[in-house]
Design a protein around this ligand. Structure first.
Ligand SMILES: C[S@@+](CC[C@H](N)C(=O)[O-])C[C@H]1O[C@@H](n2cnc3c(N)ncnc32)[C@H](O)[C@@H]1O
Ligand SMILES: [Zn+2]
Length: 380
């Protein structure tokens, strides 16, 4: 965690500010920001004395730290030595570590293959440029054998024009008309929106409950250490993630951008502190989707901007609850979610009903979602 981030964080249990205690840190290098990267240590609440560990640079601002460490052991144990786990939680953590299953499931956001799919989505692009240096060109083609003309065509047509690009375009165009200097992103995953926005904004903070995703976000967007090779899928005969990619990390961290582990339902953030709040493809993972627009609205200042996108892959239980809570006249997911945002006092200004969003599963499989996205205003 960067030393400059501490002022933006709050205790998720009681909402008070927190103090930073560093055990091991890296000094700033090559710039004069004075910002320090804390690799291990803790944050302690000023009021309720709860403390939150910083592990491999990742601040874990979750109310029930012990339960978090057990449930996210797969991602944590790939990067954090056992000796860094706080003593009070170490026994349960080590027991959970001994029981880790080797196979991945598609929903397990601590699994290496799952975060690999997201990091491709966020950090690899088709056009040669800053995010796609020559060494990574044609990353979607298998190293051996013929490649698929259809996969090639779909990637070239849609890969670089997904929700991250559209949200960036909207926010940048808005920033020409109103102040959009500070952005918070809920469910930021591996954090690829931050670098896209960084030339246009002053600060960005990303929050996600996946430890593996936040560690990757901090490496790929801030250039902070990551002690493992980064691998993505190619041909599954070679394994589930067989191609090592070297994604150039930006040279410096200067304190403008950071990412922390937190839960959307119990945010470690102060209200009315941001010009824009963004949540991409996260609302369908929440038990109570109506909470997301309320929380996004609370985070922004009056007159601030709220952005949302999603393919609405609801679980059966959540869709049943949504149908129950909304008028019978609401019959589709996009209308339902727009209604939730309007109910939270937000006014939708820009929308796209269907935007293709591609996931590269391997050289012979693409997953295509059709995403609904919009930008809304919180009235002043
Ligand atoms: C479908 S992924 C989308 C990631 C990224 N926003 C994108 O569009 O590529 C949903 C993300 O939300 C995160 N998430 C889900 N529920 C969460 C919660 N309650 N608190 C924080 N993050 C959550 C997941 O860990 C995951 O990274
Ligand atoms: Zn507290």
């Amino acid at each position: 965690m960067l030393s400059s981030t501490v002022d933006r964080l709050r205790c998720p249990a009681c909402g008070e500010s927190v103090t930073l205690n560093a055990n091991h840190s890296l000094p700033s290098h090559g710039n004069d920001s004075g910002v320090i990267e804390v690799r291990s240590g803790r944050l302690t609440c000023h009021d309720c004395d709860q403390s939150y560990p910083i592990l491999a640079g990742v601040a874990v601002l979750i109310e029930d730290v012990g339960s978090y460490l057990v449930h996210h052991v797969k991602g944590i144990s790939r990067l954090v030595p056992d000796s860094d786990i706080p003593k009070a939680f170490r026994r349960d953590y080590l027991q959970a570590k001994a029981e880790i299953g080797s196979e991945h499931i598609e929903e397990d956001l601590e699994a290496e293959r799952v975060t690999a799919l997201y990091l491709m989505n966020h950090y690899l692009s088709v056009g040669i440029g800053a995010r796609n240096p020559a060494g990574l060109s044609d990353w979607w083609k298998p190293a051996a054998g013929e490649s698929s003309p259809l996969v090639d065509d779909l990637i070239r047509s849609y890969w670089d024009r997904g929700p991250l690009t559209q949200m960036t375009d909207w926010l940048v165009s808005r920033s020409k008309k109103q102040k959009i200097e500070s952005v918070v992103e809920l469910g930021c995953g591996v954090g690829g929106l931050a670098l896209r926005l960084s030339p246009f904004i002053r600060t960005y903070l990303g929050v996600d409950s996946s430890f593996a995703s936040i560690a990757l976000a901090r490496h790929l967007s801030l250039g902070l250490p990551y002690d493992r090779p980064i691998r993505v899928p190619a041909d599954l005969i070679a394994g589930s993630v067989s191609r090592e990619v070297r994604i150039p990390a930006p040279p410096l961290f200067d304190g403008r951008i950071d990412f922390v582990v937190g839960d959307i339902e119990s945010l470690p953030l102060a209200p009315e502190s941001y010009d824009a709040s963004v949540a991409l493809n996260a609302i369908d993972m929440m038990d109570d989707p109506a909470r997301l627009p309320e929380l996004q609205a609370q985070l922004v200042v009056p007159g601030g901007v709220v952005a949302q996108s999603c393919p609405y892959v609801w679980s059966e239980a959540v869709s049943a609850r949504l149908r129950e809570s909304l008028p019978k006249s609401v019959k589709d997911s996009a209308t339902a979610v727009e209604r939730l945002y309007e109910n939270a006092g937000l006014e939708i200004r820009e929308r796209i009903s269907h935007l293709p969003w591609l996931f590269y599963k391997h050289a012979r499989q693409l997953e295509i979602y059709s995403v609904h996205l919009f930008l809304a205003d919180k009235n002043s």
